[in-house]
Design a protein around this ligand. Structure first.
Ligand code: SAM
Length: 218
């Protein structure tokens, strides 16, 4: 992904969270509610969330008793997350870090039980960057670790419309989205067990997404 688009996206998310605090609401997303059950069944205690935004899902994991590290490249989203964590008295289980997922994850090898990423892999990332990120997730997860991610896909109404940036990336209202073809989901599961690809919808458009669960061998 060219640095200009990446930087303009970071600025756009930063401005959007500042202008619309708590824009996704206080309730957890349906994929986060599902993932908490999957993570618990797998015996996970800590969760790394990528693209956590203002934290509707990170806070759910913390309220459910998980220790959460929340990453995002928007400091304003993460500031709102920390304020909400204090208000909900779960701040002892939540840490945040400003991080661009185009760079290596700030976690040691095999140090994390579970990774969650709702609508992060389908941001303005090239196919190559997405593969590198899933390689990083593989590196930081412990054997038997679980990844639950969601992505908008090529069946979404916005796919093929708006400003085209190549590589299935299209921009609407300043937000660039990489719409996933099914083959990309399958290739990202290479070396993992692909447990589930679940189609669902979110929001008014509606956004059309897949929720993907994949597990590392023990
Ligand atoms: C569609 S929002 C979803 C936010 C959150 N997961 C939720 O559902 O409430 C995507 C999030 O990814 C973040 N993001 C986009 N590109 C990123 C990147 N390269 N590195 C880190 N975060 C990024 C944005 O700041 C935003 O918070």
């Amino acid at each position: 992904m060219d640095d200009e688009l990446a930087e303009s996206q970071r600025a756009h998310w930063q401005d959007t969270y500042s202008a619309h605090p708590g824009m996704y609401g206080e309730e957890p997303s349906a994929p986060a509610v599902h993932a908490a059950g999957v993570f618990r069944a797998a015996g996970a205690r800590d969760v790394l969330e990528l693209g956590a935004g203002h934290g509707r899902d990170a806070l759910h994991f913390a309220r459910e008793g998980f220790t959460v590290q929340a990453l995002d490249f928007s400091s304003s989203g993460l500031q709102q997350l920390r304020d909400a964590a204090r208000a909900q008295q779960v701040e002892q289980r939540v840490t945040t870090a400003v991080h661009d997922v185009r760079h290596p994850l700030p976690s040691a090898d095999a140090s994390v039980d579970a990774v969650f990423a709702h609508m992060l892999l389908c941001m303005a990332l090239s196919t190559e960057e997405i593969h590198a990120l899933v390689g990083e997730i593989h590196r930081v997860l412990r054997p038997g670790g679980v990844l639950v991610y969601t992505v908008r896909h090529t069946g979404d109404a916005h796919h093929g419309t708006g400003v085209a940036h190549g590589d299935d990336i299209f921009e609407h209202d300043g937000f660039a989205v990489h719409f996933f073809p099914r083959g990309l989901v399958d290739s990202l599961a290479d070396g993992w067990t692909l447990d589930e690809v679940h189609a669902f919808e979110e929001g008014d458009l509606p956004r059309r997404l897949w929720r993907v669960t994949q597990t590392l061998p023990r």
